[in-house]
Design a protein. Structure first.
Length: 424
């Protein structure tokens, strides 16, 4: 398949991250036709939505065969952990994303911790438990702030930052005994709470080559001033000046390269997007978590600034030819503000009409990415916790921030909430 070939593309997922991928892919001259499984009200304007579960591996392969798909791009983590790339590869269909063994970096935090310990990759000191009494004994012996994490996939909500051991005991009880996160919380990671500045770093990886994207910074807490519960992310901006060239060299040599080497030693050929959540501590950068796909909302901030053909990059990565890809970036700053339902992160908003959605056709500096939306009798309504993201590009971060908030101010739905301090 040459760069001149057009591609039938199937995109898996239905959130704002996938809308951003679909938006960028739709600008490729190589795109023949785009299908999104399951998609949302926003992606329906860019391609054909396919109802179904993206983690249903057999169904995905059947759709890919039926529609003569040339490239599958996997957005969320669940299909990757379920082995969708393994099945597509076996069927002879090219897919962007790691196979199930590589996706364990995100799907099993205990595995990721073990890999980091084995290969001296800097991270928080931790213990792993599947028995509540053992966890209780350990936590009771500590006298500092701790973090309790569900080891499995918990849709970005399985991390409880605790101010003291008493809160950590309650978090462990909720996960191990009350099964607050179901199967994802049957095993937990209890780790020291790191202090410093949190940043997100993403890289295209093809098994041998690493291409690091401009760093982004997201805002995890629900409310202004980084207060309230952790969420999947309430906003992001890119680039961030938090990572200096010296820190970036440290991250590459102490974290990224050793992680890829560790995967190779485990006979895992990782091809796709590797996300590293980092804390810049006084002792140097340390890994908070790995994800095996684009972060959300960081993907919106990063893809707003991408000038190169995303399909070229995804294809080169999937084929193990990342060194041939030419990736160029817009020099402007991007800011993304997430508009969530009133009960988020505890409950999704479903069926509330959305008013004020602007027509931004032809604009490259403003966009509204749909997350939890659907079409109901021809009208866009809410269908999730994080409903929409307003995104803006501008010469300065301040100008991009103002534009993103002006856009947010035009949109209305029942219970809508958003932070007012993104990118400040």
């Amino acid at each position: 398949m040459s760069k001149r070939d057009t591609l039938n593309v199937l995109l898996l997922g239905g959130g704002a991250r996938e809308h951003a991928i679909a938006w960028r892919a739709s600008r490729s001259p190589r795109l023949k036709k785009l299908w999104i499984l399951p998609g949302n009200a926003g992606t329906a304007q860019l391609g054909t939505n396919v109802p179904g579960d993206p983690a249903d591996v057999k169904f995905v392969v059947d759709v890919a065969r039926r529609e003569a798909i040339d490239l599958v791009i996997v957005g969320p983590e669940e299909p990757l952990a379920a082995g969708v790339v393994d099945a597509l590869t076996q069927a002879g269909i090219l897919a962007f994303g790691p196979k199930a063994d590589g996706a364990r970096l995100e799907a099993d935090k205990s595995y990721a911790k073990h890999l980091m310990r084995q290969h001296a990759i800097p991270t928080a000191e931790s213990r792993i438990f599947d028995d509540y009494e053992n966890a209780l004994e350990y936590i009771s012996s500590r006298d500092e702030a701790l973090v309790v994490k569900a080891s499995g996939l918990a849709k970005g909500k399985g991390v409880i930052v605790c101010e003291d051991p008493a809160q950590a005991i309650l978090a462990a009880e909720n996960m191990l005994l009350k099964q607050e996160f179901g199967e994802a919380g049957r095993r937990i990671v209890v780790e020291e709470r790191l202090n410093g500045r949190e940043v997100s770093l993403m890289a295209f990886v093809d098994g041998r080559t690493i291409y690091v994207l401009d760093p982004a910074q997201d805002h995890k807490r629900l409310r202004d001033g980084d207060l309230g519960p952790n969420t999947g992310g309430m906003g992001a901006f890119c680039p961030t000046s938090t990572i200096s060239p010296a820190i970036m060299r440290n991250i590459e040599t102490q974290i990224l390269v050793p992680t890829l080497d560790a995967l190779v030693r485990d006979e895992i050929e990782y091809r796709g997007l590797l996300y590293v959540g980092l804390m810049l501590t006084p002792a140097g950068p340390k890994v908070l978590e790995f994800n095996c796909r684009f972060g959300d909302p960081e993907a919106q901030a990063i893809l707003m600034r991408m000038k190169s053909d995303l399909l070229d990059v995804c294809e080169a990565t999937a084929r193990g030819r990342l060194e041939q890809a030419n990736i160029e970036w817009d020099e402007r700053h991007s800011v993304v503000v997430v508009l969530a339902g009133g009960d988020y992160p505890n409950k999704s908003s479903v069926g509330a009409p959305i008013d004020g959605l602007p027509d931004l056709a032809g604009r490259d500096d403003l966009f509204v990415f749909h997350g939890g939306t659907k079409l109901e009798r021809g009208r866009v309504v809410t269908n999730g916790g994080r409903v929409l993201s307003t995104a803006a590009l501008a010469p300065t971060r301040e100008a991009a921030r103002d534009a993103a908030y002006q856009l947010a101010g035009r949109i209305r739905f029942e219970g809508m909430q958003y932070r007012r301090d993104i990118a400040m």
